[in-house]
Each structure stands twice: as structure tokens, then as C-alpha cells.
Design a protein around this ligand. Structure first.
Ligand code: IVH
Length: 705
């Protein structure tokens, strides 16, 4: 290392050169540390360089590099891949489990588009490959980037690894200038068996199934290991495009095939639900002989202009669905029933099983849902399993479908031990001893300990740091449990005080077992990097009952900023305007709304939330691209009959343009779109002096004519 000039003495040119040198030195140190497990630089030297980099950046903010080491905390190194923000989100698919779900899928689409039942509507049907999805970006025909799905918006950069896969072309002839090809990386049964044989022979752990083997092989830090693993790739979709591939889904797949991608030979064009189900049966027949795992059949609307009109719900397209194959089953013995306490206090019975292989995976735990399920009743009090209850010692049938947690489906009474006794749910929380009560209408018994229950507190924080929430590198369930047990963190806000409290002084993180100077600094940096965070993630992270990831994003998009969300949750009640506005959000029902309002009405909860929010810089929700939209931010009400599109489509289009669609006219309404037959709403709008348009006027306004 060259003699160091004090940062305060650097000229801008020297500073620029020094920042470049530091970026490279730190990147090399990171690579040595994470990839090779052979650190070349001491923790102390590493920290010195990092601080020097930060000091120079503070003096010359305009010289901060786009690959600045200060921005890389929390990004790549913990797992070794840099992150890639997908230009077009990688979505998942809604599921259909039986034939009637397929008929309903078709009916929903027809209703949305206003296509009558007797008019033709084509779909494609193709196998759902059980692997992991990958997005390949080509620019001017050259493969420039490959990224995993990740959380759908941010994935991992696995370009070097993808280049080793034979099915993935490096150069395309006659392709659009920008083309993102999406598809599934998978491993064939034969290659999987051979790989596992090699694994066991060399004393390594075999993979549970081909999908795990494919995922483990693609996510190797050393691309040479990936090269030695026989991965394959089927193309079935696309992301960003500079020009369209075709007018139809089927045509686009043919185009991908012409570009020399592998496409699935069982892709078919079907003219409705009956043909789809017939093709499903056909594929199901061939399933065992395909030589690779598939877990269902995917149906997609064929006409791409219809796909565009149908658009997306928060995480899934309206124009596609995955028709899953039935779950796999196995029988085993129920050894015990344990009770777990979740973040909302729910007491969940968990079956501890004699380990058994179900569909290639060893299962030793399964969910038993709740006390009614164990007793043989559903949530309406009606019999399930012919009313048979489940007892410790029983032989039970377990099943798993895809990624879901295995479930106990059935019980074999002929093998029940004589001394088996009916299960009784405890009426005290096994973790904190508080009363566990079951409210009328609630399927589960809940611990009433609230924030004093350690299980609830810990589970809430595990949820808080989870992947779709704060996703802090280096802070997982294990660390949360440790820090909680030591009294370092009691609630989410405490996470953001860790550096101030345990970064120096008597008790320091770096001195704890399993931690060092560098890992401690990395954790503090990763926490700081998350102070700036999107609104949707914050709402989801709060762990409010009934508010999942999709709902949190809907709320974020609707309210825009934390202050508006917070204000609305504190004022909404008993059908007032704020309540109407909340339940007016498509996807928010009364149950979720009540849960939000109850949470924001509890002093202890709001105090804890306030302490958290004080630590954060919450980013307003990224609104749909509504630049220049004449209706962005406007409250629009539709009434009467629409003739050019269905109500659902009108609403979705208005929302995509940044409007808020409400079901009722009030002083807050900006615009009423009234079709023939409009009644009281039109009158009320006129009384309030609200601008009213007919359907054509509306289409003119949004530029859709
Ligand atoms: S289409 C916007 N087609 O299934 C829709 N997905 O459950 C994009 N998958 O994340 C997906 N085979 O990893 C599509 N033929 C197929 C598929 C397929 C497997 C996976 C994909 C996706 C997941 C959704």
C-alpha cells in the first residue's frame, strides 16, 4: 500500500484515484473472504480502508463511485452474488387444483374482457417445470446478464454460471436489440441420479430432489462447479423487449425456438377449458416418462393484446394460471403434537412424525392447523375425514404439494394404539403462561400475552427481518433469537440501535462468540443500509394479522407515504370516510381493515411502531409510471353501465394510471364516470358540483380512443 496522504490533504484528482484504488482493494478482499474462504486482509485493515473510503466520500461527495464500497454493504457479499433489479418484475402464478378452477379461470377472464361464453378464446397449455426461474438479458444479440428470480423484483446475478449451461445460447441471430428471455433451469432425473452418486461417493451430502440440485448447482460461487453440473433450460416467457416477439403467446414461443432456445415440446394451443383439461390429462399420463420433474400445467391466454388488457394483480398475472398435479402422499406415525406460538399469538399444533419420504423429500414435521382440524371438524363445524380425530400414536397420512408445508390429511383408525387419548389444546400459552383464549369466530386459540410473550416478540422480529420485509444481510432467525435471549433487542426499533449500543464499550458484538470485527461491522452497515426502505416493506414487516405481502403493497400504493397511511389507520373507524377509503381498496376486506385499525388503536403497539419509524427513512411507494397521466392522484367513481369495457377493466386501467377508484361519491371525489342508467351517484355528484363524464369522455381523457 502506498504511503497515505491524510484525507483532508487530498486534491480532487488524488481523491478520485484513491477512491478507485480503494474500491478495487475492498472488492478483492471481499472476493477472497467470501468466495475462497481465505481472507487475505485482516479485519482491522479492511475496516481502515473502508473508513478511509467513507472519509474521502464525505469530503468529495460528487466523486462517489457508482460501485462505491459504502453502498455494497448488505448487498452482495453475505451470499456472494451481486443483486440485479429486474427491469420487468418476475411474477409467480395463481394455482388451480381441480377442473372447476379451470372453468372459473376462463369465466373470470371472459367476464373481465367482456367476451361472451360462446365466443372463441384461445389459450396455450404447457408443462410447469419444477426447477428455478432465470431471466437472461440479451443486448444486440449478446448474452449480457443472467439473474435468478429472487423476491421477484431483485434477484441474484448468476451470469457466469448461466454461461456454462449448454441450452443457453451466448449469441442470438436476428434478435430484438433488447431481449430478456425467461424460463426454467432444471436437472433431468438421470443427471440427478448420477450427480447424487458422485456426491455420496465423494463423501458429500446428496440432494433431496432434482430441483434442489438445480438450485444448488446454479447458485455456486465458482462457475466451474456449475459447469460440471448438467443443468438444462426451457424458455417460456420474456421480460423487457425492444420490439414484440409475436402477436400470440404461441407465436412468441415459436420465435424463441427459432432463436435456438429449448422450448417445451408439449406446448399446445387449446380453444377453451375443456381442451385445456384434456391436454392436462395427456401430460399427466406422460409425466413419469418425461425424464424431468413437472408439477402441473400452465395455461396462458394466447392473444398478447388480451394479456396486456388483463394485466396483473399484485404478484400474479390475470391471464395465466398453474393447474397443479395432486399432492404426493405417504403414511407414517405421529410421535407427538407440539404447540408453536406465532407472531400474532396463534397457538399452532405441529405434528412430529417418524421421518418419511414424500415426493423425494424427507418429512418429519407437518402442520395440524388448529384444534378443530385435529378433532375432525372444519372451520364451519362440519366433519372432515369422516369426523375422525387425530391422536398421538396414530398412523397418519401426510402430503405435500409443491413448496407448501406438509400437512396431515388422514388417519388410519385400524392401527390406533389402545391407549391413544384425544388431544387437548392447552388453555395457557406454553411460552409465557398467559391465558390462551379462543374468540368466537376465530379458528385458533391465541396467547393473550401480547408484547410480553417472548414467543410472539421473537416471531414478530423474525418476520420483521424476513426476506420480503427488512431482509437484513447477516440478521436471520438465529441471530434474532440470540439477541433477544440476551436482551439486546426486544422490539424491531432496537435493531437500529445495535451499533450505538454494542458497537463499542463494555459489551461489544465483535467480542461475542461467532462474531468478529468484520462481521460485526458488516451487520451494522447492513442494518444502516436498510434505514432507507420502501413503504410496502415496512407495512408488511409490521406483521399485522391478515396483512400479507401483496396487501401491504396495495396499501402502500394506495396511501403513498407513511404519514398518510399512519394517519388513515388512526382515524378509520365505524364506516367514516377513512374507513370507506380503506375498504374501497381492491383486495382489502373488512377483516383486514379491522385488523389494521385495531393494531393502530393499541397504545403499546403504536408506541413501538413510532419508535421504529423514528429510525427509518421510509420511501414513498413507487407509483405506477403515471407521468403525464391526467388522472394521477384523482379519486374516480364509475357508475351506470359501461359499454366499451367491463367495470373490472375500467378500474384496473384507472388504477394503472395512478387514479384511486372509489365505490361511493363524496366531497373527495374528483371525477364521476357515468354510463347509461346512472342513478343516485350521478345526482349526488351533480349536487356536489363534481365533474361528470360519459364513457367516451373518459376514454378520451385517458387517451384510450
Ligand atoms: S410462466 C408471468 N410458464 O412457475 C408468468 N412459469 O409458480 C411467468 N414455471 O416463477 C411464469 N414452468 O418459475 C411459466 N411453463 C411455465 C413454467 C413456469 C415453470 C415456474 C416459474 C414461475 C413459477 C410460478
Amino acid at each position: 500500500m502506498t504511503a497515505e496522504i491524510a484525507t483532508t490533504d487530498l486534491t480532487p484528482d488524488e481523491a478520485r484515484a484513491e477512491l478507485a484504488r480503494l474500491a478495487q482493494a475492498l472488492a478483492e478482499a471481499n472476493a477472497a473472504y467470501h468466495t475462497d474462504d481465505a481472507p487475505e486482509m485482516s479485519d482491522a485493515d479492511y475496516d481502515t480502508l473502508k473508513r478511509r473510503n467513507a472519509a474521502i466520500e464525505a469530503r468529495f461527495p460528487e466523486l462517489k463511485r457508482s460501485d462505491s464500497p459504502s453502498d455494497q454493504v448488505g448487498a452482495a457479499p453475505a451470499d456472494g452474488f451481486s443483486k440485479v433489479t429486474h427491469a420487468v418484475a418476475m411474477l409467480s402464478l395463481a394455482n388451480a387444483f381441480d377442473d372447476s378452477d379451470v372453468t372459473e379461470f376462463d369465466a373470470r377472464i371472459r367476464k373481465y374482457l367482456g367476451v361472451p361464453l360462446d365466443a372463441p378464446l384461445d389459450y396455450t397449455a404447457e408443462p410447469k417445470i419444477d426447477g428455478l426461474s432465470l431471466s437472461l438479458r440479451y443486448e444486440a444479440g449478446h448474452l449480457v446478464q443472467a439473474a435468478t428470480r429472487g423476491d421477484g423484483s431483485v434477484g441474484e446475478n448468476v451470469t457466469a454460471n448461466a454461461r456454462t449451461i449448454e441450452d443457453i445460447p451466448h449469441i442470438l441471430d436476428d434478435a430484438p436489440e433488447i431481449l430478456e428471455v425467461r424460463g426454467e433451469v432444471y436437472m433431468s432425473h438421470a443427471d440427478f441420479e448420477a450427480l447424487n452418486l458422485r456426491q455420496t461417493e465423494s463423501g458429500q451430502k446428496p440432494f433431496a430432489n432434482p430441483r434442489n440440485a438445480a438450485a444448488g448447482s446454479l447458485r455456486q460461487l465458482d462457475a466451474d462447479i456449475t459447469r460440471a453440473r448438467p443443468l438444462r433450460f426451457f424458455a417460456y416467457a420474456w421480460g423487457a423487449l425492444s420490439e414484440s416477439l409475436a402477436d400470440t403467446q404461441f407465436g412468441a414461443i415459436e420465435r424463441l425456438k427459432a432463436l435456438e432456445f429449448q422450448t417445451n415440446p408439449l406446448t399446445a394451443l387449446c380453444d377453451g377449458p375443456d381442451a385445456l383439461v384434456a391436454h392436462y390429462r395427456e401430460i399427466e399420463q406422460q409425466r413419469a416418462d418425461l425424464g424431468y420433474d413437472i408439477d402441473g400445467v400452465v395455461y396462458k391466454v394466447n392473444d398478447l393484446s388480451l394479456q396486456k388488457r388483463l394485466g396483473f394483480r399484485s404478484t400474479t398475472p390475470r391471464w395465466a394460471i398453474a393447474h397443479k398435479f395432486p399432492a404426493e402422499l405417504a403414511w407414517t406415525r405421529l410421535e407427538a403434537i407440539d404447540i408453536q406460538v406465532g407472531r400474532t399469538g396463534a397457538l399452532s399444533p405441529v405434528a412430529r412424525l417418524t421421518p418419511v419420504t414424500v415426493g423425494g423429500v424427507v418429512v418429519s414435521n407437518a402442520t395440524l392447523h388448529n384444534e378443530d382440524y385435529i378433532a375432525g371438524r372444519d372451520n364451519k363445524g362440519e366433519e372432515i375425514r369422516g369426523g375422525k380425530d387425530v391422536r398421538v400414536g396414530d398412523w397418519v397420512q401426510v402430503y405435500r404439494a409443491g413448496d407448501v408445508i406438509p400437512k396431515v390429511a388422514d388417519v388410519d383408525l385400524s392401527r390406533r394404539p389402545d391407549d391413544a387419548v384425544p388431544f387437548e389444546m392447552p388453555d395457557r400459552c406454553p411460552e409465557c403462561g398467559s391465558a390462551a383464549v379462543r374468540e368466537p369466530g376465530d379458528a385458533v386459540r391465541r396467547c393473550t400475552g401480547g408484547l410480553i410473550c417472548p414467543a410472539q416478540a421473537v416471531e414478530k422480529m423474525k418476520h420483521f427481518v424476513g426476506r420480503s420485509a427488512f431482509d437484513i444481510d447477516g440478521l436471520g432467525s438465529k441471530q434474532v433469537e440470540q439477541f433477544y435471549a440476551d436482551g439486546w433487542i426486544k422490539e424491531p426499533a432496537d435493531i437500529f440501535e445495535l451499533r450505538a449500543r454494542y458497537g463499542h464499550g463494555m459489551q461489544q458484538l465483535k467480542n461475542r462468540e461467532g462474531w468478529g470485527e468484520k462481521s460485526a461491522t458488516n451487520l451494522f452497515d447492513a442494518i444502516d443500509a436498510r434505514r432507507e426502505i420502501g413503504l410496502g416493506r415496512v407495512i408488511f414487516a409490521l406483521g399485522i394479522r391478515h396483512v400479507g405481502e401483496a396487501a401491504a403493497n396495495l396499501l402502500a400504493n394506495h396511501y403513498g407515504t407513511w404519514d398518510q397511511f399512519d394517519q388513515a389507520m388512526r382515524t378509520a373507524r365505524d364506516g367514516n370516510d377513512a374507513w370507506q377509503d380503506l375498504v374501497g381498496i381492491d383486495g382489502v376486506g373488512a377483516v383486514m381493515a379491522q385488523s389494521l385499525v385495531t393494531t393502530f388503536g393499541q397504545d403499546a403497539e403504536t408506541a413501538s411502531i413510532e419508535r421504529l419509524v423514528a429510525q427509518l427513512d421510509i420511501q414513498a411507494a413507487a407509483r405506477p409510471d403515471t407521468d403525464g397521466s391526467p388522472v394521477a392522484g384523482k379519486v374516480v367513481v364509475f357508475t351506470g353501465t359501461l359499454e366499451k369495457m367491463t367495470r373490472a377493466e375500467a378500474k384496473a386501467r384507472a388504477e394503472a394510471l395512478g387514479a384511486k377508484v372509489s365505490g361511493s361519491v363524496s366531497a373527495k371525489t374528483d371525477l364521476l364516470v357515468a354510463g347509461p342508467g346512472a342513478g343516485s351517484k350521478a345526482k349526488k355528484a351533480a349536487d356536489l358540483g363534481i365533474e361528470t363524464l360519459d364513457e367516451d369522455g373518459w376514454l378520451d381523457l385517458i387517451g384510450a380512443t
